[in-house]
Design a protein around this ligand. Structure first.
Ligand code: MN
Length: 258
C-alpha cells in the first residue's frame, strides 16, 4: 500500500511530522508538502511561476507552491505511481463548517479526490499542537481501517473525500469518532489595519467568525463533546433545488436578446 501525505502548514510543521511517523508503519509513505505555510489557499494552483521540488534531510519533499500544487505535481509525474490514499494534515487548527471552503488542508486532499484517489483531511480543532500524539494515533487507526477499501476505490476511480477534525484532548478524554455534517460560522471578524513604517496602510485578514450553526449533528457540536468528526465531502457546488428558480431568468434574457 502507498500513501501520499501533504498539508498546508508546510513540510516542517509538527502536524505533518507526527502524521508521517504514525502512518509509516502502515504503508509506504511519501511526503510532498509546501515549503512555507499555505493555510487558507484552498485549491489554488500556481500557473504563472515555476515550481521547484527539494528534498529535506528527513526525506520529505517540499515545493515552493500551494497544497494543491504539491498533490498535483506528485500525482502527475513526481511520484511515478498512483497512491492508494492521499492524506493531508494534521492541520494546526479547526477546519469545520465554512473553513472547508478556504482550507488548504482540505484543498490538498481534494486534489487527490479529483484524480480519483480517496483522500482524508485531518485537523486539530485548536491551534498549538496540544495532544498532537493522540490525534496522530487516532488518525493512524482510521487510516489503517480504511486503507484496503481505499486501495480498491482508487483502482476503480471511485474516490471519497473525508474531512476529519480531532479535539485537542488527552487519550483518556477522547470519546471516539462520530459522523457529522458541516456546521456554519458567522462572517469573519473585521479586517485589521495598521500603518507600516513608510506610512502605507496594511490590511490583515481578520479571524474566522464564531460558530453560528453548532446544532447537534454538526462538526462543531461533536468536537465540543470530545469526539473526532468524520464529514464526507462532495464537490458539486450546484444549488440543485434552485435550478428551476433561475430558469425563467435565463429564458427571459434569451428572449430579450432575440
Ligand atoms: Mn493550516
Amino acid at each position: 500500500m502507498k500513501i501520499l501525505i501533504s498539508n498546508d502548514d508546510g513540510y516542517q510543521a509538527p502536524g505533518i511530522v507526527a502524521l508521517y511517523e504514525a502512518l509509516k508503519g502502515l504503508a509506504d509513505v511519501e511526503v510532498v508538502a509546501p515549503e512555507h505555510n499555505n493555510s487558507a489557499k484552498s485549491n489554488a494552483l500556481t500557473l504563472h511561476s515555476p515550481l521547484y521540488v527539494h528534498t529535506a534531510p528527513n526525506g520529505f519533499r517540499y515545493v515552493n507552491g500551494t497544497p494543491a500544487d504539491c498533490v498535483h505535481i506528485a500525482l502527475t509525474g513526481l511520484l511515478g505511481y498512483r497512491p492508494d490514499l492521499v492524506v493531508s494534515g494534521i492541520n494546526n487548527g479547526a477546519n469545520m463548517g465554512d473553513d472547508t471552503i478556504y482550507s488548504g488542508t482540505v484543498g490538498a486532499a481534494m486534489e487527490g479526490y479529483l484524480f480519483g484517489i480517496p483522500a482524508i483531511a485531518f485537523s486539530q480543532t485548536e491551534k498549538g499542537w496540544a495532544h498532537l500524539d493522540v490525534a496522530a494515533e487516532k488518525a493512524a487507526q482510521l487510516v489503517q481501517q480504511l486503507l484496503p477499501a481505499s486501495a480498491e476505490a482508487a483502482r476503480r476511480h471511485e474516490p471519497w473525500l473525508l474531512n476529519v477534525n480531532m479535539p485537542c484532548r488527552p487519550a483518556s478524554e477522547f470519546k471516539g469518532f462520530k459522523v457529522a455534517r458541516l456546521g456554519r460560522r458567522h462572517a469573519a471578524e473585521s479586517v485589521i489595519t495598521q500603518v507600516n513604517p513608510r506610512g502605507d496602510t496594511m490590511y490583515w485578514i481578520g479571524a474566522a467568525g464564531p460558530a453560528k450553526d453548532e446544532a447537534e449533528g454538526t462538526d462543531f457540536h461533536a468536537t465540543q463533546q470530545g469526539y473526532a468528526t468524520i464529514t464526507p465531502l462532495q464537490i458539486d457546488l450546484t444549488d440543485h433545488d434552485r435550478l428551476a428558480y433561475w430558469a425563467p431568468t435565463a429564458a427571459q434574457l434569451s428572449g430579450a436578446m432575440k
